[in-house]
Design a protein around this ligand. Structure first.
Ligand SMILES: [Zn+2]
Length: 114
């Protein structure tokens, strides 16, 4: 692994930790007591859906983190998927999951806009 990425790896690991804690808390809330009142039950169901959405988001981010860590392990992290150039560290720090260098990302956006 490139020395430059040590700091980014720390960031990813910290983020993963934070997400794991958040997910655990969400699950705990989700499984805590059910009330008998039907209106409250409806409210709880709604909350459960929100929690579900938040959970999915956290899961998605966790899988992106896992992917980035895996790429670091295999020395593919920070490579632009389009041109294969190294993505500048400053960009990676701002966008930990950046897949493309700025040039290719801009080109891709323009392509999608059309
Ligand atoms: Zn590129």
């Amino acid at each position: 692994m490139k020395q430059d990425y040590v700091e980014l790896r720390e960031l990813l690991l910290a983020k993963r930790e934070e997400l794991a804690v958040r997910l655990a808390r969400l699950k705990k809330n989700l499984t805590s007591g059910r009330s008998a009142d039907s209106q409250e039950q409806a409210q709880e169901l709604e909350n459960a859906e929100v929690v579900d959405a938040l959970g999915n988001e956290a899961q998605l981010e966790l899988s992106r983190i896992a992917q980035a860590l895996d790429q670091m392990k295999h020395d593919h992290y920070g490579e632009c998927v389009t041109c294969g150039e190294e993505i500048p560290l400053a960009r990676l720090k701002a966008y930990l999951f950046a897949e493309r260098c700025i040039r290719c990302a801009t080109a891709e956006e323009n392509r999608l806009d059309r």
